[in-house]
Design a protein around this ligand. Structure first.
Ligand code: S3P
Length: 450
């Protein structure tokens, strides 16, 4: 069994760059594969989730060459040979592993093809709701069966279909669902529109623009005309702010710490974590260094004693992946933190409300669980515990960060899952604990001695 042992530290002074953005890497693999030529993708995230999407595209006839790779993990620089929208029949079912994003985006891509396909995943993914993409895609004429043990769940069996456009009002704020519909819309005749109930990450729209695919936005409605062929382009994926979030919390809550994260995506639909940490008292600077399609820059943060906060309704979709580590920050802060309207957390890689509440309680925090979130009375000292990630990467990493603040040595069990989003996390963690760099690790932080 894989595990991490975490010893407490007293301050963190470091410069980091984190691996490439997961959301953008999935989309780059897909749009590059649909494009009309050769695309070079830099700083691709070599995580299991994104490599599965790359393999999916290969099964659909898209060739790629690996120009650079991290031997332990996977490709970081790729040349993709786009198929000008003409995908080929896969000769095997497509494995999406643990990735909801991979499966939902690919369902949109495959819904309007002339061939049959099947998408499957691991036990966690096979229990996650796929009705949210099956329903709108079926309205477009797709023939998709959720053939899993649970109704509406993977494996997804997709039969050939001709798609017609829809105007769809999404019942939940989900970038995955929006993106599945926009990808399907590329293969439908006419104008497909999707309206989101709240702002969600807009990487699909931005990346489509980079590939010269026009989408139009009016209020919360995003529309696309079918029949556009993405124009091949080169794309550099910035660091993933959701991975940076773990270190941001560690530094923010540790008085005397100084952290700089460079080359990180600062798309405003992803930076609510920074607003929340500022409200909690963190002293920080967010600087956009360049903005070509996606804003990219650096974050500097100085540690202090945090105070509790209330997460706003409209912030929830913007920081849904960061809530586990925000809950850790809340346990370290003085006063009450309220995280509500976040029922979506229950259908992530694990039920992240229950896994976070149980983990925090095991470490001595005072937490109340609600159907749609939790309230945390912060400020009680954390004690070391053994925490099972339950196979959820963000749970494993959030509690590794909690371990940096706990009295005693914390053990996180089942940590292999971290490779689905943050290959190299354990190297970073060990470097932070030892306050030194090791030469072979992935994008190691520079530990700056105070
Ligand atoms: C993602 C969207 C989010 C997020 C996931 C990545 C994406 O999910 O949790 O990690 O790349 O579109 P939802 O949009 O379903 O909330």
């Amino acid at each position: 069994m894989s595990y991490l042992r975490v010893a407490p530290i007293s301050s963190l002074t470091a410069e980091f760059s984190v691996p490439g953005d997961k959301s953008m890497s999935h989309r780059a693999a897909i749009l590059g594969g649909l494009s009309n030529g050769i695309c070079t993708i830099d700083n691709f995230l070599p995580s299991e989730d994104c490599v599965n999407t790359l393999h999916a595209m290969r099964l659909l006839g898209v060739k790629h060459e690996v120009l650079e790779e991290r031997p332990e993990f996977g490709p970081t620089r790729l040349r993709i040979h786009g198929k000008s929208m003409a995908l080929s029949t896969p000769d095997a079912p497509i494995d999406c592993g643990n990735s909801g994003t991979g499966m939902r985006l690919l369902a949109g891509l495959l819904a309007g093809q002339e061939f049959s396909s099947e998408l499957f995943g691991d036990a966690s993914l096979s229990s996650r709701p796929m009705g949210r993409v099956i329903d709108p895609l079926s309205l477009m004429g797709a023939k998709i069966i959720g053939a899993g043990i649970r109704p509406g769940c993977a494996p997804l069996q997709i039969s050939p279909a001709k798609l017609t456009p829809i105007q769809y009002q999404m019942p939940m704020a989900s970038a995955q669902v929006k993106s599945a519909i926009l990808l399907a819309g590329l293969f439908a005749s006419g104008k497909t529109s999707v309206t989101q109930p709240a702002e969600t990450r807009d990487h699909t729209e931005r990346m489509m623009a980079a590939f010269r695919v026009t989408t139009r936005r009016e209020g919360q409605e995003i529309s696309i005309y079918g029949g556009q062929v993405p124009e091949a382009c080169d794309f550099r994926v910035p660091g993933d702010i959701s991975s940076a979030a773990f270190w941001l919390v560690a530094a923010a809550a540790m008085p005397g710490s100084r952290l700089r994260i460079q080359d990180v995506g600062l798309n405003p639909t992803r930076t609510a974590i920074l607003k929340v940490l500022s409200r909690m008292g963190a002293r920080m600077l967010e600087i956009v260094d360049r903005s070509d399609g996606e804003p990219i820059g650096h974050i500097e943060i100085h540690g202090t004693s945090l105070r509790g906060t209330t997460i706003l309704l409209e912030e929830v979709p913007n920081l849904i992946d960061e809530i586990p580590v925000i809950a850790v920050a809340a346990a370290l802060a003085q006063g009450r933190t309220v995280i509500r309207n976040a029922k979506e957390l229950r259908v992530k890689e694990t039920d992240r409300i229950t896994t976070v509440v149980n983990g925090l309680r095991a470490m001595g925090a005072e937490v109340e669980e609600f159907e749609d979130g939790m309230e945390i009375e912060g400020g009680k000292p954390l004690k070391a515990a053994t925490i099972d990630s339950c196979g959820d990467h963000r749970i494993a990493m959030a509690f590794a960060i909690a371990g940096l603040f706990a009295k005693g040595e914390t053990t996180i069990r089942h940590t292999d899952c971290i490779n689905t989003s943050y290959p190299g996390f354990s190297h970073h963690l060990q470097a932070v604990i030892r306050q030194q760099t090791a030469p072979s690790a992935y994008h190691l932080p520079t530990i700056v001695r105070a």
